[in-house]
Design a protein. Structure first.
Length: 383
């Protein structure tokens, strides 16, 4: 049996099923950022960032694809040149002919995204979002009125266009019955009845949802699948939580432990390059809040969740003082040390989807910053 080639778009769809690209922060840049969506893929390298080491690992591998967490192209590029730091990775990938897909804040916000993966590694139970609701503020509810016999077709069209998703669930809808009335002008071709006469039709009020970035595409799909010339469609803006997932994760340890024991668990299970601690030095820890990457701005949310320890990265001076004042211990494990645990999840998803059709490997990234002990301490600097 001839094996069907895997394309860049196939890989995008596999990731989109778990980490919808439409559910991303407005400032972010995700999806297929470089290359031909229809290009064949025989090997995939998964990495946190397109560093020089990652680019070097791609050389000499034809039909390769790079999948990163951090966007390969983030800010608008005025030039794509090797001597421009913001564009050098894009330049090298284009030169090698390697497409790139980046899944950033959509992977942060997904129900089983970055922080959730970290929480599972720590053995937390009852894991839930620290701040429920996907980051995109433009999610919408779509209400369409359709004859009952056509409701499934309309929902399928919305689903195929990327709508009807809430968290890890697809084809999400609510239906209620009722009677629709209309009278078409003489030049219309109504689905039921005749022009110029008021008609009554038993219809279903079909409700579903979509990210705002996908709204035009979802509405177009609904109209094309709807039997009416002029379907009645309502679009209602929604606020956080409509599409599932959220920022960060919070959960409980199996039993209360000392702060020292909790930090030891963080060291063993997340294996950070280092831990910088702020806040109280002694505390009993049962509930732990986590935000992978840079999440110190969510200290208040961690405190309001009832957390006894907050694990994140990139904590600044004044945020450390805030943790001290709030009485909440914070463990800064760096940026990469937390986020890198999403990479094996990317690999698992792609391996399950393509089952040996593509060679997949993960390249781990270490923290670019390192701790230098004070002079005279063990392992310190010698003059």
């Amino acid at each position: 049996m001839k094996r069907i080639p895997v394309t860049v778009m196939d890989v995008w769809r596999a990731l989109d099923d778990h980490f919808p690209f439409a559910h991303r922060e407005e400032w972010d840049n995700v999806g297929i950022l470089l290359g031909d969506p229809g290009a064949s893929v025989r090997s995939i390298l998964i990495a946190l960032t397109a560093t020089p080491a990652v680019l070097s690992a791609l050389k000499g591998r034809p039909s390769g694809l790079l999948v990163t967490h951090h966007p390969v192209v983030f800010s608008p590029l005025k030039a794509v040149r090797p001597d421009h730091p913001a564009a050098s990775a894009a330049f090298e990938l284009l030169r090698m002919g390697v497409p790139a897909i980046s899944a950033h804040t959509n992977a942060d916000a997904a129900p089983r995204g970055v922080s959730h993966v970290m929480a599972r590694r720590l053995g937390l139970a009852k894991i839930r979002p620290l701040i429920p609701g996907e980051p995109s503020a433009d999610s919408c509810k779509i209400v369409v009125f359709v004859p009952a016999a056509h409701a499934d077709a309309v929902l399928s069209a919305a689903d195929s266009a990327g709508g009807a998703r809430i968290g890890g669930y697809a084809r999400c809808s609510f239906r209620s019955g009722g009677t629709g009335t209309f009278r078409g002008a003489s030049w219309t071709a109504p689905f039921a009845g005749a022009p110029g006469r008021e008609e009554r039709v038993e219809e279903v009020r079909l409700e579903t949802v979509a990210a705002g970035s996908l709204l035009p595409r979802v509405l177009r799909a609904i109209r094309e699948s709807h039997p009416y010339e002029e379907p009645a469609i309502d679009v209602i803006p929604l606020r956080g939580g409509a599409l599932g997932g959220g920022i960060g994760a919070v959960g409980d340890l199996p039993a209360p432990v000392s702060l020292g024991a909790a930090l030891d668990a963080v060291r063993r299970r997340l294996r950070p390059a280092w831990i910088k601690a702020a806040g109280p030095r002694r505390k009993t820890v049962r509930r732990v809040a986590i935000v992978g990457g840079s999440g110190a701005e969510f200290l208040r949310a961690a405190r309001e969740s009832g957390a006894d320890l907050f694990v994140t990265g990139d904590v600044k001076y004044h945020q450390a003082l805030e943790a001290e004042g709030a009485g909440l211990p914070v463990a800064d494990i760096g940026h990469a040390s937390g986020e890198r645990w999403i990479l094996p999840e990317f690999r698992r998803i792609l391996q399950e989807r393509f089952r040996g059709s593509v060679a997949i490997r993960v390249m781990n990234e270490t923290e670019p910053l390192r701790i230098i002990p004070p002079r005279g301490s063990r392992g310190g600097i010698t003059p």
